[in-house]
Design a binder for this molecule. Structure first.
Ligand code: BYC
Length: 333
């Protein structure tokens, strides 16, 4: 009996080792891991953590911009902004869908968001004070998002990587509309130019924080990069973003609010000033300017949408009953 148990345990261990080796080999060969494939528990949990945070950011990210839909300065600008905010909702859906393939329901993730047990991007805890903020969000926030997210199109987990392809195409449109909006303001009246500059002054540093803590203080980066979920470190992507933005700011006729920003010939990159990480951690702890407001509005939207979810569930159940009835009738005839 004892030796039988040992043999079974040994066989199970052998099978687990084989599955683990197959997973590692697939990652090393740059193949995609698909929902039905075996994966380590920590890989699954890490993906759910990141995808959930990403999905939550998309739907909370609708709030600061939606604040300006009713006050857009022209019908054209209003139509563009509505389409953009609607896109963010869609991105949330693709991402919650990707998380569902890992065995975690959207309802469960939303509960965690509403209870403050899962994060969303720090950037959306800042207020949108003027119309120029819509431009600054498009240029800087969507620009940072693209820089961070294009490499995620090659993420080792198939459903997340495929969701990111479509998201990045839409983000690219969002970034351009923000840039074009800021350009129009920058070339406008003195007051419009000043409004654009003020928005850039307020959004620049929080945009740099979107890339996450410095590499040395990023607990997840090493494992996430080893599993090819992330392809580049937080600091690498932040640097890439800074290098892209400096000439764009010059073309816009706006300045970036960092006196230490200068080209470093030796590194082949722009050096930038120190980021206020204390502010970042405060925002993550819930003490940013809009944390409470964002979560309260999200909870309210969820409660107000209860009837839609009930109606959709009732409709789905009705469709299913009809399909079963048709099946029974077909069998009986
Ligand atoms: N804000 O070890 P680290 C958008 C957390 S949506 C809040 O470096 P990781 C858009 C991190 O989660 C933008 N939390 O983590 C939408 C972790 O906490 P937990 C969102 C942050 O995962 C609408 C802890 O700090 N984009 O673009 O390796 C309109 C330690 O960090 C932040 C994505 O989510 C932050 N900024 O790297 C317009 C992209 N940074 O989980 C635009 C996908 C870090 O241990 N996500 N934390 O409690 C990623 O690429 C990575 O998750 C991150 C962080 C680079 C963000």
């Amino acid at each position: 009996m004892a030796s039988g148990t040992t043999a079974t345990a040994r066989a199970a261990q052998g099978a687990a080792a084989e599955l683990g080796a197959a997973f590692e080999a697939a990652v090393a060969a740059d193949e995609r891991i698909e929902p039905r494939d075996w994966m380590p528990d920590a890989y699954r949990a890490g993906l759910v953590r990141q995808i959930a945070q990403h999905a939550h950011s998309e739907i909370i990210g609708m709030q600061p911009e939606a604040n300006w839909i009713a006050r857009a300065p022209s019908l054209r600008r209003k139509a563009i902004l509505m389409a953009k905010v609607q896109d963010e909702a869609g991105h949330g859906l693709y991402l919650y869908g990707a998380a569902e393939t890992l065995g975690t329901s959207r309802a469960e993730l939303l509960d965690k968001l509403h209870e403050g047990r899962q994060k969303y991007s720090s950037i959306f805890n800042y207020p949108t004070l003027t119309w120029a903020d819509v431009g600054a969000i498009g240029w800087l926030v969507d620009g940072a998002a693209i820089t961070n997210q294009v490499p995620l199109c090659r993420c080792s987990y198939g459903p997340y990587a495929r969701a990111m392809v479509r998201i990045c195409k839409e983000e690219s449109f969002h970034q351009r509309q923000g840039y074009e909006l800021l350009l129009a303001l920058s070339r406008g009246t003195e007051a419009q130019h000043a409004m654009a500059q003020d928005a850039v002054d307020r959004w620049w540093w929080p945009s740099l924080m979107m890339f996450g803590p410095p590499d040395a203080e990023s607990p997840h980066s090493a494992q996430s990069m080893a599993w090819k979920i992330k392809r580049h470190s937080n600091d690498e992507l932040r640097q890439r973003f800074v290098d892209i933005c400096v000439p764009q700011a010059e073309a816009l006729g706006l300045t970036l609010p960092d006196p230490d920003l200068r080209w470093n010939e030796q590194r082949g990159h722009y050096d930038h000033g120190a980021i206020d990480w204390a502010e970042f951690h405060e925002v993550l702890k819930g003490n940013g300017p809009c944390n409470e407001q964002r979560l309260a509005q999200r909870r309210q939207a969820h409660e107000e949408g209860a009837w839609v979810r009930e109606a959709a569930a009732a409709y789905a159940a009705k469709q299913q009953r009809a399909a079963h009835r048709e099946e029974r009738e077909a069998l009986a005839s």
